[in-house]
Design a protein around this ligand. Structure first.
Ligand code: GCU
Length: 347
């Protein structure tokens, strides 16, 4: 199924990019004009049943209503416009306007983003959302790509708690991962994360994971329960262990020059609708995690407790390994200082 997606993705991306108003995308001097409509394409690598798609649809609807139809946001799910690595480049070059990308993609262009992708940074979804809504903590980071990469980070959607799942049986301790090939996102830090947890890490794009698990090229992967279900990984790696090693984060990125070209009132409207969609997404997330677990169980997947402490101990050195300068340390400390410690981000 995933292979078919990739081919479709390539074909549709080519068509879409060739068909849009020139490869340069939107015409900046016309943005927000009274009698014209500005079309913003948003790339997403999830299916239509995923909370991120639903929250983006709401965002699109709100923006359209609140601007009397002058802005139309078109959401392209299922990686139709390309993998996250590709769409990041498209936003940079102006071929598309917006995309949802995982934090790991941004750490590859600015290492400071690592701080928010690290095990131990966020203790819960509430903690993570509080940090995202505190400009004193994340304002500079979110503007840090504007000059060099023409990207503004608007905020993000949670990825919830990430857990291990395998093809061969439940993992209970780090020793069970010895010699096992576990897929990680394309990030040096996440490679190290799996190594510290006892496994052998294989970085791969999200869209390739299903077939690699099916073919036996991988012994497992790590993700949230929602993706375990919507990306159908549960069919080919049905043993999920609650390692709870990371509360992950996706970002909304937008062309910076486009944001600058928008009339200030429209920019405010866009941001307000976006913040509303972040709240909406967080609300959807917990219910859909429960529902995904039920769906996965129906297909035969099983869920297993681990000694979380064992994994936490194994992962403890990662902060000092990857927090590499004074700015990153300050960022990490500021995030930890606002920890609500509600502990609700778990399973
Ligand atoms: C989650 C996340 C995606 C990411 C994926 C991955 O599903 O929401 O943005 O691409 O994990 O593991 O690659």
């Amino acid at each position: 199924m995933k292979k078919r997606w990739s081919l479709l993705a390539l074909a549709s991306a080519t068509l879409l990019l060739a068909g849009c108003a020139g490869f340069g995308g939107i015409q900046l001097d016309k943005v927000g004009e009274k009698d014209s409509v500005s079309y913003f394409k948003v790339a997403l690598n999830q299916t239509e049943s995923h909370p991120s798609y639903k929250a983006l649809e709401k965002f699109a609807e709100d923006v359209k209503t609140r601007t009397d139809g002058r802005y139309v946001i078109e959401v392209f799910p299922n990686a139709q416009l390309g993998s996250q690595q590709e769409v990041l480049q498209y936003v940079k070059s102006g071929a598309i306007e917006m995309a949802i990308v995982s934090g790991t993609q941004l750490e590859n262009i600015n290492k400071d983003f690592r701080v928010l992708n690290m095990p131990t940074t966020f203790s819960s979804i509430e903690h993570q959302m509080k940090v995202l809504q505190t400009p004193q903590i994340v304002g500079d980071l979110f503007a840090s790509l504007e000059d060099k990469d023409n990207i503004t980070v608007m905020g993000g959607y949670t990825q919830g708690s990430r857990h291990l799942y395998t093809t061969f049986g439940p993992v209970k301790t780090p020793a069970d991962l010895a010699g096992k090939k576990i897929r990680v996102q394309e990030s040096d830090m996440h490679i190290k994360m799996i190594e510290l947890m006892g496994g052998s890490a294989t970085p791969l794009s999200y869209g390739e994971v299903y077939s690699a698990l099916q073919a036996g090229v991988l012994d497992g992967a790590e993700n949230n329960i929602v993706s375990f279900n919507t990306a159908r990984h549960m069919e080919v790696a049905p043993y999920l262990s609650y390692s709870n090693h990371l509360v992950g984060l996706d970002y909304m990125i937008i062309r910076h020059d486009l944001l600058e070209a928008m009339p200030a009132a429209d920019r405010d409207t866009l941001y307000t609708a976006w913040y509303d969609s972040m709240d909406f997404h967080t609300k959807l997330w917990k219910d859909y995690t429960e529902e995904s677990k039920a769906i996965a169980e129906k297909t035969g997947a099983t869920f297993h407790e681990v000694d979380e402490e064992d994994f936490a101990k194994a992962l403890a050195p990662i902060v000092d390994m990857f927090v590499s300068d004074g700015y990153q340390r300050k960022l990490f400390d500021a995030i930890r200082a606002v920890d609500t410690n509600s502990n609700e981000g778990g399973k």
